[in-house]
Design a protein around this ligand. Sequence first.
Ligand code: ZN
Length: 248
Amino acid sequence: MTSRREVPRSRAVMWWLAGTSVLRHLERLGWNPVRHPDRASGRMGEMSEIDGMGTERATCVLARNPSAMTLQGTNTWIIGEPGAEEVVVVDPGPKDGKHLHRVVDTVASQGRRVGLVLLTHGHPDHSAGATKFAGLAGERVKVRAFDPEGKLSDYMGSLDRLRAFSAKVGAATILPGHGPKLDDPLAALDYYIDHRRERLAQVEAAVAAGARTAREVVERVYIDVDKSLWPAAEWSVQSQLDYLRSRA
Ligand SMILES: [Zn+2]
């Protein structure tokens, strides 16, 4: 397939994006609430600076679906080698005709065409528009999907793989599924990894102190998190309890 030749290392890019996009979601679900190296300044990024951001090989088209879970909206990524005729579109986004047309128009304005559509995971804000998008982009366009399970061990495995990959290739940027790009990948990943270890230690301590249910753990550990996120945090804690028990 031509896109394979024109977009080298696409497999690595796919893993990369699968990991980072899921990572952002899990973060919103309470894996890594509140604190973030990019947010030390309190800046979360404006929609206007996310839409159109990118690198030599990547352009972001921001879907207009902002929410507590999607931050400023879902990032649709157009990825291609400089000079290549074909691009890969990662996560076409929600089923929003205006957004999907904007992605098609952006690719066309670059004088290129879509060779492949990749879905990092099945959440509708990333994937619901995929079939419609493929139809708009050309009848030969294929869609391929990943389906990470969302278990904590998978998440931690993704972080470790991303960390190793970033170090190996000297990665300059993480292109996330939500929010601004991260220009210090190792620092960001170390932060997530350390934070995960901290949270696990806190959950272990809460259990040792007598917390018996996920809810009881949340009440002790997630005091610093807005209560509207507690149901999600409870789900997160349940995964952590499962993970800890599986290792006991
Ligand atoms: Zn999302």
